[in-house]
Design a protein. Sequence first.
Length: 507
Amino acid sequence: MTSTLRPAVTTEAVKRPDRWLALSVLVLAVLLVAVDATVLGLATPYISEDLEPSGTQLLWIGDVYSFVIAGLLVSMGSLGDRVGRKRILLVGATAFGLISVLNAYATSPELLIAARALLGVAGATLMPATLALIRNLFHDPRERSLAVGIWGATASAGTAVGPIVGGFLLEHFWWGSVFLINLPVMVVLVVVGIRTLPESRSPRPGPWDLPSVLLSLAGMIGIVYAVKEAATHGFTGASLGTGLLGAAALYGFVRRQLTLPAPLLDMRLFRDRGFSGAVLADLLTILGLSGLVFFLSQYLQLVQGRSPFEAGLAELPAAVGAVAAGLLAGRAARRFSVRTVVSGGLAAIGLALAFLTTITQSTGYPLLGAALLVVGVGAGFSFTVTSDVILSSVPKDQAGAASAVSETAYELGAALGIAVLGSIVTGVYRDFTAPAGTPQGARESLGGAVEAAGHMPASAADDMLSSARAAFVDGLSVAVGVGAAVLLATAVAAWFLLRGQRLENSG
C-alpha cells in the first residue's frame, strides 16, 4: 500500500462507525476457541473416570484438535481470502457449535478423539478469519494495535472464563456439559455477525488448490505424529517413516507454492525477517508453555485436591496478567521497541517457568499464583506484539494467509509441546513404585491411578496414590524445566531476529 493512499484509507477506517461492534463479534469467535481449549484440561479427570482412556488415548484427546487445526489453518485462511472471510467465519462458527454437541455426548475414547478432530476442522476456519478481518477493519496502525490487543486479551479472558465456568459445570453436571457452553456463544456470534461484519476477500484470489491442501494436511499431521510417537516410544521404524513422509509432503507443498501463479501460501512472506522472527517466536513460546498449560489443571485437582471450580480460579492470575499486558503491548512496543517488548516478555515467562521447577505436592498458592501472573504478563506482551508484526508485514489481500501462518505456529507449537513435554511427564510418571496388585491403568495416567484407587484396599490405595502423585509432580517439574530453557533461548533469538522492527504509526 503506497503512502499516497494511506491517509485516505485511514480516514475511511476512522469514519466507519460500526468497526468496534464488528470487533466484538470477532472476539466472540476467539472466546469460543479459547474456552474450548481450557475446559478440556479441567474435564480430563472426569473423562478418565467415565471413558477410561489409556494414557495414549488421553494424549490424543488433548492434542488431536491441535493436529488437525495445524494441518488445515493455512488452507482455511487461504480459502477465506478466496470465498470471503465473513462467510467462512460464520460457517465455521455454526459447525463449531454443532460439533461441540457431538463432543459432549461422546460415549467412548475413540468417539471423543474423532469429535475433537472434527472440531479442529471447524476451528481452523475461525482464527485466521478473525485476524484477517481485523486487518481489513482497522487500517489505522494504532487502532489496529489496540484491536489486536483486545483480540489477544479476549483469548486470555477465555482461558480464565473457561476454567471458572467449566469448574462450576463440572461440579453440578457431567463432563460433557463443558462443551455445550459453546452453543450460546455461537448463536450470538452468528446472529450479530450476519448484520455487522463486512465481507472481505482477495481481489485476485485464484483457484483453491486441492493438492496443496492435501500436502499441507499430510505434512503437518505426519511431522507432529512422528514427534509424538518418538517422544512416547522412542525412534521406531513407524515414527521415522511417518516423519519422513510428513517432511516429504511439506517439501512438496513448498515447491508447489513456488510454482503456482496464485499459491495457497505466498512463501515470499518469509523473506521478511520480522514476519519470520515473529512466527518462530510464537511457535517456540507455545511449545515451551504447553507442558504447564496441559498438566496444570490435573496438578491442581488430582495432586492438591482442589475442586474444578477452585482449580479454575487458581489459574486466573495468568489470564489477568495476559489481558492487562495485551492492552498495553502496542503502546509499549512503540515507546521502547518491538524486540525489547517481545524478548522481555519471553524472558519473563522463561524465568517464571524456571521458578516452577521447584514445585512440590504442597507448594503454596501465593507462590504458584505469582508465577502464573508473570507468565500471563509475559505472554500478553509477546503474543500481542508478534501478532501485530505479522499482520502489518503483509499486504491487506494476504491477511488471511498471514493470519493462518501465525495461528499455525501457535497450534503446531501446542501439538509439539503436548507431544514432547506431555510424553516427558508420562514417561517419568510411569516409573513410580507401586504396591503389589496395582492395576496397569494406574500407570497410564494420574487420573487412572485415582480411579484405580477406588477399587483397592485403603492402605494399598493410599501408598499407590502417594507414589503416583510424587511421580507426576517430578515429571511436571522436568517438563517445566525444559519449557523454561526453550523460552529463554527463544527470548535471545527474538532479540536478534526482531532487530530494527517497528510498529507502524498513524497517518
